[in-house]
Write a protein that binds this ligand. Structure first.
Ligand code: CP3
Length: 344
């Protein structure tokens, strides 16, 4: 694909401004999505390739972002391993959490054919996207996916039970991590063979663990997924939310770009992460609920950084939150596209 500002930035080609896209841009903020969602369930939207590709492309039209991200969910991996999954109003819920089963390994039977609908959605999106718009594929990192698998639902207590299980069952955890990682690699490779241009791995709950423990138990799995993706020539973005001091250990061997959460100032992140790794982020998604002058003032704080740093993708420090005013999201895209980045 030629002339994609996102792909150029990922490849280290200098661009006139930073590219912009948002985590969770497809399924939360857009009136056009909410309208579809009032007529179809989340599973229906995901499983119908025509609808899924339509939702994938909505933000490109409605917000003007520089890339589309596949409309799917990180929990399709445990679903494809036989774990019954419901998306309720309170968030995702597995029928039987792994910590409640006597033999978790027995419960997991990976069936790659249960991911086929996603490849159809990719085919459809690649066919119908506007020129120059790359498609970002994604998966959840094994740790974050396992938090949900073990505990069964989004936890309000920092995955206390899942993490206690992990501390208590190191070798069993390693085995489950291996199973999740193997299927995730197969999934990523298939997404690539169907035409995604970029791959992002979401480790939303990475910050729940002490970094040294996370590094020993779960970073090797991230390295395996990264190697598989990059072997195919596809750029790899890793988003380990909340790892704090762990940013110092993000090296080019691990990822091409690192997503930065809003807690870490972007200038500080730039000093901590290895120079050979680009950055993505890290606008606080809650600023989007503030007034226009405040949003603009906060955006202007990125000007100096973006004038100097060419290997940076504008994004949020975590996904859009439900209820975000659409016009404010649109304002941010317009602002990034028209600001004076003074690059050439
Ligand atoms: O939003 C998009 O841009 C589309 C793709 C997408 C979804 N989930 C759709 C979705 C992506 C990239 C994800 C990633 C995801 N899913 C993460 C990592 C990123 C993050 O935000 O931290 C996590 C932790 C999940 C697990 C998950 N799925 C949760 C916690 C929830 C419930 C709350 C919510 O709204 O996200 C989901 C459901 C889900 N995934 C929805 C959507 C559009 C809402 C379903 C509905 O409409 O009821």
């Amino acid at each position: 694909m030629h002339n994609s500002i996102l792909l150029n930035t990922l490849k280290g080609v200098e661009t006139s401004r930073p590219p912009v896209w948002f985590m969770r841009q497809a399924g939360r903020v857009l009136p056009s999505y909410l309208d579809l969602r009032s007529r179809y369930s989340f599973w229906q939207l995901m499983k119908d390739p025509g609808l899924a590709s339509k939702v994938t492309l909505l933000p490109v039209d409605d917000l003007g972002v520089d890339a589309a991200i596949l409309f799917s969910d990180i929990l399709v991996i445990p679903y494809a391993m036989g774990m019954g999954l419901d998306f309720t109003d309170e968030g995702p819920k597995f029928e039987v959490p792994l910590i409640e089963t006597a033999d978790p390994l027995e419960r997991l039977s990976p069936d790659p054919s249960k991911l086929e609908y996603i490849y159809r959605a990719i085919d459809e999106t690649v066919k119908s996207r506007p020129p120059g718009i790359p498609l970002i594929g994604f998966a959840g990192a094994p740790f974050t996916v396992m938090c949900y698998m073990l505990e069964g639902l989004s936890s309000k207590k920092e995955f206390r039970d899942a993490v206690a299980f992990i501390y208590n069952n190191i070798s069993l955890t390693e085995k489950i991590t291996g199973i999740v990682t193997d299927l995730t690699i197969e999934y990523a490779e298939k997404q690539i063979s169907h035409g995604i241009d970029v791959f992002q791995l979401f480790d939303t709950h990475a910050g729940v663990l002490p970094f040294d423990f996370y590094k020993r138990m779960f970073l090797p799995a991230v390295e395996r997924i990264s190697a598989a993706v990059r072997d195919k020539g596809v750029p790899f973005i890793f988003f380990p939310k909340g790892i704090g001091a762990g940013l110092e250990e993000i090296k080019p061997e691990l990822c091409d770009f690192a997503g930065i959460d809003w807690q870490t100032p972007i200038e500080k992140a730039r000093k901590m992460v290895h120079k050979g790794v680009g950055l993505q982020g890290n606008f606080d998604p809650r600023i989007l609920f503030a007034g226009r002058p405040t949003i603009e003032k906060e955006l202007e704080k990125y000007l100096e950084f973006g004038r100097r740093e060419k290997n940076w993708i504008f994004n949020l420090g975590h996904g859009f939150m439900p209820g975000v005013p659409f016009e404010n999201a649109r304002f941010v895209v317009d602002w990034v596209k028209s600001a004076n980045w003074n690059r050439r």
